[in-house]
Structure formats: C-alpha cells, structure tokens
Design a protein around this ligand. Structure first.
Ligand code: DX5
Ligand code: ZN
Length: 246
C-alpha cells in the first residue's frame, strides 16, 4: 500500500493566525494541509473561500511535485463543485476534492456568476479539474454506498480517473465529531481492488482510532482536533504516520 500522507485539517486551527498555523503544521511534519471549504448549503456550516486560500497559500512552500509536502488538499463541501474549480486553481489549490453527492445533483456552470440546469457527471468534472493542472479527488458521505465509485475508478481514460478517494468517517460539516468505524468496510473494499490508490479518511481520526483506519487500508489521514488540540502536534503527526507505515 502507498506511504502515509498526514493531512491536518486547518478547520481546527486558530483562524486569527491561519498563515502561521499552516507553516507551523508543515514544520511539525505534516505532508499536506487539508482545507475544508463549506458553503452552508451542502453542509450546515460555513468556512471560507478562495480569497482566504490565496492568502494562506503564500505561507507554505509549494511541493516539488504535485503530491509532495505542502500540498493544499481542498475538501469542497459545496453544492456546485464545478463552479469554483478555476477560482481554487488560481488560489493555489493542488488537489480539488469534490463530493460525489454534489456532482450528481448540481449544475454544470463554470462561471461563478451564473447557474444552469445541466448536471455534472463525476467523470466530466474530474477531467475538467485535471485540465487546470490540479489533482482530482472524489469524496463520499457516510450515507453513500462505495459502489457508486467503481464505475468512476474504472474510467477508461487516464484523465478521467481520480487521484484520490475520500471516505468520510463522520457526517461532513464539523470538526471534533466521533469516528464512525461503520465506514471502514468501504476503505477495505477500495484497498482490496486498488492496492496503489490514495485513500483518504476524514473525521474523528486520532491516536485512538488510527489503528483501525490503517488496518482497513487508508493511507491519507486527515486529523483536525487531534492535531490542533494537542499539546505536542508534532508527536501526534508522527504517531499517525507510524501507524500507517508500520
Ligand atoms: C468535517 C471536515 C473534517 C474535519 C475533521 O466536515 O471535513 O476535515 O475538520 O475534524 P476532526 O479531525 O476533528 O474530526
Ligand atoms: Zn475535510
């Protein structure tokens, strides 16, 4: 299985000093920064948009390759994922991870000023994200079956294939929720079929839950409250990594 990628979620950081929080987190050993974008519509909470990402991006060195240290992993918990692709590319997002549920029910507009009734297919959206040079991820909520992902992962063209799959282990919207181990069979099924796929888990991860997630086959580990709430974030990051790479 691929190596551990530890991606602290800055949702639990001090928003008053976000730039410093980002650079410190990378100094503490994080590989990526997980950036939660919420629109108050797809999820019952709001965070921030592209202008804030632009500002915090400058506090972190860009990775040498697209999956290197410093990758901005933007988790788009928004209703119209296609509409914000270009803004996030310009803001410095490296990996644009949209929700399957939003793609299949949203409009296809790429203009922030306009909406249309046309639907976006996940494959079209992945191709579109790739055309900007960003990596593409696809996320599923707890209520969504992993079976929706098989046809997407089997895409015939390389540019239609996702670079990462995100299995949510809480209902998206808030940090600090309880880990749902009920979601781990999805991770296991994905890992059985795709030994090299980057599989991300998000929600309730920390030193107490990492072993089950690693055992199921997850290698990209998001942790918000466990890292930012810790006395020694560096120690938590290294423990999460050890559990995956063991
Ligand atoms: C939840 C977000 C998560 C959140 C995780 O909707 O997608 O990334 O920040 O927070 P913890 O690790 O505290 O559960
Ligand atoms: Zn997230």
């Amino acid at each position: 299985p691929p190596k551990a990628i530890i991606a602290p979620s800055i949702l639990s950081a001090d928003f008053g000093s976000l730039g410093a929080e980002c650079s410190n987190t990378i100094s503490n050993g994080a590989d990526w920064l997980h950036v939660d974008i919420m629109d108050g519509h797809f999820v019952p909470n709001m965070t921030f948009g592209a202008p804030v990402v632009t500002k915090i991006r400058s506090h972190v060195e860009r990775p040498a390759n697209k999956k290197g240290r410093g990758t901005f992993d933007c988790h788009m918990m928004i209703s119209e994922p296609k509409r914000w692709v270009n803004d996030f590319k310009k803001a410095g997002c490296d990996l644009y991870c949209f929700h399957y549920e939003a793609a299949i029910s949203s409009t296809a507009s790429t203009d922030p000023a306009e909406t249309t009734e046309e639907k976006t297919s996940p494959l079209d959206l992945i191709r579109y994200i790739h055309s900007t040079g960003m990596l593409a991820g696809i996320a599923i909520k707890p209520e969504t079956s992993v079976d929706v992902l098989w046809p997407i992962l089997e895409a015939l063209n390389a540019e239609d294939k996702p670079d990462m799959v995100l299995v949510m282990t809480v209902r998206p919207g808030f940090g600090g929720q309880k880990f749902m181990s009920s979601e781990l069979p999805k991770v296991k099924a994905l890992r059985e079929r795709y030994p090299d796929l980057d599989i991300e888990v998000d929600g309730g991860l920390g030193v107490g839950t990492i072993d089950q997630a690693a055992e199921a086959g997850a290698n990209v580990i998001v942790a918000g409250s466990a890292v930012f709430g810790a006395k020694d974030p560096r120690d938590v990051i290294s423990k999460l990594r050890e559990a995956v790479d063991r």
